[in-house]
Write a protein that binds this ligand. Structure first.
Ligand SMILES: O=C(O)CCC(=O)C(=O)O
Ligand SMILES: [Fe+2]
Length: 351
């Protein structure tokens, strides 16, 4: 059996032995998690935000809808988002091509060091985890493009061009959403953008290869995203699950829409009015699945704290102490994937 020191993680593991019937013990999730995989229902309702409704006379109603989606669900799908179907398909295609390339074309990118700008890795934090996630991923920063493009994969030959266009369109979409989300909290339109400082944007391509024992393994365990807002493109294979009121739900196929979820930084800025979404990805035994999240993050030095107006709205009680995003990430990356980095910055935890 290959070990995970090998350059392409799970893909390498399975391609080295196409007939494996059982997963390596390092991938076996807890009994409790195995149980939770059996108690999942399909999400009955996915809140939908129509970006076109945010322009023009229908904006107040659309903002109200956004408020409810963020407050009650922590996620929504966005339609009429301005990213063409063609660009979305090309992005997915080039992502597939990247992972299908031979080992020697990818191996120089392999690293478990999060400080690297562009890296290919496996699981989440493979060197610190007791249980591994059945996932390989490529991550790189995207903004400003000209500062980072050189570090992106140079193969497939169209990777940089397509990804550059995609990242630019996703940025436009996200900036509109951040304005609308600020407004939905009764904040100045630019409150969130200003709070994030020089907003960083990074992209990830997650690949979940078919898994011989999907009932004993997770593609990505339960977590909240450490960033502010996540915009995800999925392929046609289902696998994302979200937690609501203590239960797990399957997210249905979104067909051309993006899935947007709230991350930890927005929970802090909104002083807990909006909560970051607990989610995970499952595996299946037949089909490889790809998801392409874009993460919007503050700059490392931005001081993140609850918006004063929202603190005032909460009887002047801030739920979180101010911190820099760098401090937050130090905690986030110090352990395996989990859902509670925010606890460390709660007001009572500091007293
Ligand atoms: O694969 C998915 O749908 C979710 C991916 C995810 O949650 C992440 O990369 O943070
Ligand atoms: Fe996530």
């Amino acid at each position: 059996m290959e070990t995970l020191d090998s350059p392409s993680g799970v893909q390498k593991l399975i391609s080295s032995d196409k007939n494996i019937l059982t997963v390596h013990p390092k991938y076996l999730i807890s009994d409790e998690e195995q149980q939770s995989l059996k108690q999942v229902t399909i999400l009955p309702y996915v809140p939908t935000i129509d970006l076109q409704e945010l322009d023009g006379a229908s904006r107040p109603q659309a903002i109200e809808k956004l408020n409810r989606a963020c407050k009650e669900h922590g996620f929504f799908e966005v339609v009429n988002h301005g990213v063409s179907e063609h660009l979305m398909e090309s992005m997915l295609e080039v992502a597939k091509e990247f992972f299908q390339m031979p080992e020697e074309d990818k191996m120089h990118l392999y690293s478990n060091d999060f400080r690297k700008r562009t890296f290919l890795s496996t699981s989440f934090n493979a060197t610190k985890e007791d249980v591994l996630h059945w996932r390989d991923y490529l991550r790189h920063p995207c903004h400003p493009l000209e500062d980072h493009m050189e570090s992106w994969p140079s193969k497939p030959p169209s990777y940089r061009e397509i990804t550059g266009k995609y990242a630019t369109k996703i940025r436009e979409l996200t900036l509109k959403l951040l304005e609308a989300i600020s407004e939905s909290l009764s904040l100045e339109k630019d409150h969130i953008a200003k709070a994030l400082g020089d907003q960083n944007q990074s992209m990830q391509i997650n690949v979940y290869p078919p898994c011989p024992q999907p009932d004993l393994t997770l593609g990505l365990g339960a977590h909240t995203d450490p960033n502010c807002l996540t915009i995800v493109q999925h392929d046609e294979v289902p696998g994302l699950q979200i937690m609501k009121d203590g239960s797990w739900f399957d997210v249905p196929s979104l067909d051309g829409a993006f899935f947007v979820n709230i991350g930890d930084q927005l929970q802090v800025i909104s002083n807990g009015e909006y909560r970051s979404l607990v989610h995970r990805a499952i595996t299946n035994s037949t089909k490889r699945r790809i998801s392409i999240p874009t993460f919007y993050t503050p700059s490392f030095d931005a001081e993140i704290k609850p918006a004063p107006l929202l603190v005032a709205r909460n009887d002047h009680v801030p739920l979180y102490v101010p911190f820099t995003y760098r401090q937050f990430l130090d905690h986030f990356y110090s352990r395996s994937l989990h859902t509670n980095t925010l606890q460390h910055f709660e007001v009572h935890a500091a007293n």
